[in-house]
Design a protein around this ligand. Structure first.
Ligand code: APR
Ligand code: PHB
Length: 393
């Protein structure tokens, strides 16, 4: 059996694991990442693409912000379309000058991967049967199989950055963890295409046929979503069917100017709200999707992963460089305070913008009243904008 020793073993090479590895490396700490998939597979996943300023700043701090600053699109606002009429939410004006940066999560991941390989740091891709144990002792360990060879990695700490279906949260005894979950009766069907975006800003549309979102990756690449029943199969959606349905849900101007083309990717994602508490178990720390999931409305998933990683990297650096465990001790509570506020916002925006046909009529009336209120109230729009650009760290 091959053995390795490191200070911080990171499970998962998604944005959370890679960003943590990069921030720790910059502080002179040693990490090893184990990842179940290949690097190509990790880069083939299409996820959201709206970065809060705090997330973009953290990419700069990690020394990987160059391409993001050059290619990312600063968005000062977005639109809510209701009943075929668009209303602009002016983020810059409503949120004290703050804006968001449109830059795909896939590109964030690519930049972090390039930096990690340029620095010659160890990432074990295609690691099979990853298991962790001993995190309740001073010598946590992982075992896995890499290219047929069994490996043991010992560390001071394990960072569980292995997403919702990962092994780390699942390794915690059931009695030590509390789970909170809400599953929505619909999903998002997403389509990526090399076509110019239908509008300069994102459009979140409420429509009797269901919610839709017009987003983008660049001036020449668009990302669109449709609310669909969670039982829907992507094979049943030809590109033409997708474009027709999107057009039917857009306001007349957007429908008229929509440029369509062949899909580069199409997939259905379920909508879920989920939180695991606490986020620390001895020497195991969960971060990102391993600890919490938000529905994609509002694009908080990656931004929450980034704020966890900020807290965790600071805490680990304090431990090694200043001999203080205060940050590690407060990690879970600090993260969860921010996590629950983003859970609330993502649930609220999801509830506001989607069709809930199976809910009582009373619910639909409340939703209509809430939409009316948001579109007419400066105070409500400020609250929306404040959350959308990201609550303070
Ligand atoms: N062993 C090793 N790696 C694993 C295991 C395992 N048992 N299980 C999962 N992984 C890997 C996955 O293959 C994936 O690459 O962990 C990584 C987790 O990455 P993400 O799912 O992208 O999660 P995270 O890094 O927390 O990023 C959060 O991603 O899902 C979106 O909406 C979410 O935008 C948010 C962001
Ligand atoms: C995306 O571009 O994929 C995206 C943007 C905003 C969201 C969700 C997804 O709220």
């Amino acid at each position: 059996m091959k053995t390795l020793r490191t200070q911080v073993l990171i499970v998962g090479a998604g944005p959370a694991g890679l960003l943590l590895g990069q921030l720790l490396h910059r502080a002179g700490l040693d990490t090893v990442i184990v990842e179940r998939q290949s690097d190509e597979h990790v880069l083939s996943r299409i996820r959201a693409g709206v970065l809060e300023q705090g997330t973009a700043d953290l990419m700069d701090e990690a020394g990987v912000g160059q391409r993001m600053r050059a290619e990312g699109l600063v968005h000062d606002g977005f639109e809510l379309a209701v009943g075929g009429v668009r209303h602009r939410i002016d983020l810059r004006a409503l949120a004290g000058g703050r804006t968001v940066l449109v830059y795909g999560q896939t590109e964030v991941t690519r930049d972090l991967m390039s930096a990690r390989s340029a620095a010659g740091l160890i990432t074990l891709y295609e690691a099979a049967d990853v298991r962790i144990d001993g995190f309740d002792t001073s010598t946590p360990r992982a075992h896995c199989i890499v290219r047929g060879e069994p490996m043991e990695i010992t560390a001071d700490f394990i960072a569980g950055c292995d997403g919702f279906h990962g092994v780390c949260r699942a390794s915690v005894p059931a009695g030590a963890i509390q789970l909170y979950e809400k599953v929505y009766p619909f999903g998002w069907l997403g389509l990526l295409s090399d076509t110019p975006p239908v509008s300069e800003e994102l459009i979140y549309s409420r429509h009797a046929r269901g919610f839709s979102l017009c987003s983008m990756r660049s001036a020449t690449r668009s990302r669109y979503y449709l609310q669909v029943p969670s039982t829907e199969r992507v094979e049943d959606w030809s590109d033409d069917r997708f474009w027709d349905e999107l057009r039917a849900r857009l306001d007349p101007e957007a429908a008229g100017s929509l440029v369509t083309g062949p899909s580069l990717e199409k997939s259905v994602a379920p909508l879920r709200s989920f939180v695991a508490e606490p986020m620390r178990f001895g020497r195991l720390f969960l971060a990102g999707d391993a600890a919490h999931i938000v529905p994609p409305t509002g694009a908080k998933g990656l931004n929450l992963a980034a704020s966890d990683v900020r807290y965790l990297s600071q805490a680990l650096i304090e431990h090694y460089l200043e001999g203080s465990d205060a940050g590690l001790d407060h990690y879970s509570a600090r993260c969860l305070a921010r996590v629950w506020k983003a859970e609330r916002f993502s649930w609220w925006l999801t509830s506001l913008m989607h069709n809930f046909d199976q809910e009582p009529a009373f619910q639909a009336k409340l939703q209509a009243a809430e939409l009316d209120y948001v579109l007419a109230s400066d105070a409500a729009q400020r609250a929306l904008a404040e959350n959308y650009v990201g609550l303070p760290l």
